[in-house]
Design a protein around this ligand. Structure first.
Ligand SMILES: Nc1ncnc2c1ncn2[C@@H]1O[C@H](COP(=O)(O)OP(=O)(O)OP(=O)(O)O)[C@@H](O)[C@H]1O
Length: 352
């Protein structure tokens, strides 16, 4: 049984229908990222889970208990939900030490002092804050402050942890390290967690599964690899990564493969959504899945116009008929006409 179960959840704010009939199940110990364009409803969903916002209909069940259920009128207040919160802004008390900050939630729960001290110490060690317990937040780096806010949420042993853009205040380099320790810390504690992020790479690095929201609806929920390799719509294919999207005409459809006229070429591509013979379609080609060289059975003819050196790879811009196409290669490439090759498996076709 799922630890967290969100069923048919809907929420209106003002005249706007923000969440539309959302259904998400989260297993014990699972880390879910809520990802989606700005305004897609990620924060509103997190607020509904924490109890800061009350949905209009549907239900939220945590560890077998209703937190919200419009059918029987249940609304459990935030402080009774046994949910830990981690905010983007850390929200630490500046005049309290690290130890006092972390102990605060236990004091509220009237945990006996000895027990609280042991729990705080264990949690600080677990989160890599040993030796810093007497410091004030102002004497810590941004990364350390975020660890304190995580320790404060961990110490009360919540059934569910909610994190709102937890790493967005850290600089780029620190964020890369923070992704690793955050995932390690959550996994070591077998914590069930839902976090909001804008950052697709961060969602892929930390989450077991990513729920992509689009206009308040669940567009797809899947593992990072499944989302990238098997997007169920053009929206997801485009949202995950930065692919080329070309317009073509479907000539033929056979099993899971379509034959497509793309400019002057005829190519094959994998179908992840049904397309019909004769219809206009979109073909998704990831720059890193294209290769250059001799013409193969599945290729486009392109003329190279620009190359950018991006450190880890080169990005080449080709003119292919009326469209432009990006190709990534590890080595430089000369100017002129060339074949851009790909396997039918690596190209995805969707209805336009
Ligand atoms: N009080 C309100 N009244 C009306 N609309 C609101 C209110 N609060 C938020 N909204 C709208 O709800 C939509 C969803 O907002 P939400 O913050 O949940 O999105 P989000 O996916 O978290 O976006 P972001 O990534 O920009 O933080 C937005 O279009 C926002 O303008």
């Amino acid at each position: 049984m799922a630890t967290l179960s969100i069923k048919n959840l809907s929420k209106k704010l003002g005249q706007n229908q923000i969440l539309k009939d959302l259904n998400i199940d989260v297993q014990e110990g699972e880390i879910i990222a809520l990802l989606g364009p700005s305004g897609s409803g990620k924060t509103t969903l997190l607020r509904c889970l924490s109890g800061l916002e009350t949905p209009d209909s549907g239900s939220i069940t945590l560890a077998g208990k209703d937190l919200f259920n419009s059918a029987n009128g249940t609304i459990v207040p935030p402080e009774k939900r046994n949910i830990g919160l981690v905010f983007q802004s850390y929200a630490l008390w500046p005049h309290k030490t690290v130890e006092q900050n972390v102990a605060f939630g236990l004091e509220l729960r009237k945990t006996p002092r000895d027990q609280a001290r042991t729990r705080v110490e264990t949690t600080l060690n677990r989160i890599g804050l040993q030796g810093l317990s007497d410091r004030f937040p102002g004497q810590l780096s941004g990364g350390q402050q975020q660890r304190v806010s995580l320790a404060r949420a961990f110490v009360t042993d919540p059934v569910l942890l909610l994190l709102d853009e937890p790493l967005s205040n850290l600089d780029a380099k620190l964020r890369e390290y923070a992704r690793v320790w955050l995932r390690e810390a959550l996994k070591a504690a077998n914590m069930t967690a839902v976090f909001v992020t804008h950052d697709q790479a961060e969602a892929m690095a930390i989450a077991d599964r990513i729920a992509v929201l689009h206009n308040g609806q669940l567009a797809q929920i899947a593992t990072p690899q499944e989302l990238y390799e098997n997007p169920n719509s053009l929206f997801i294919a485009d949202f995950m990564g930065s692919p080329n999207i070309l317009t073509g005409q479907v000539l033929q459809v056979e099993h899971q493969e379509a034959t497509i006229k793309l400019g002057d070429s005829v190519v094959k591509a994998r179908m992840n959504a049904p397309v019909q013979k004769g219809e206009t379609c979109k073909v998704v080609l990831r720059p890193e899945r294209l290769s250059l060289g001799e013409k193969t059975g599945n290729s486009l003819q392109g003329n190279k116009e620009h190359s950018l050196y991006l450190g880890a790879y080169y990005e080449h811009w080709f003119q292919v008929g009326d469209e432009r196409l990006r190709v990534h290669t590890p080595t430089p490439v000369g100017f002129g006409q060339v074949s851009i090759n790909f396997t039918p498996q690596s190209a995805l076709v969707f209805p336009a």
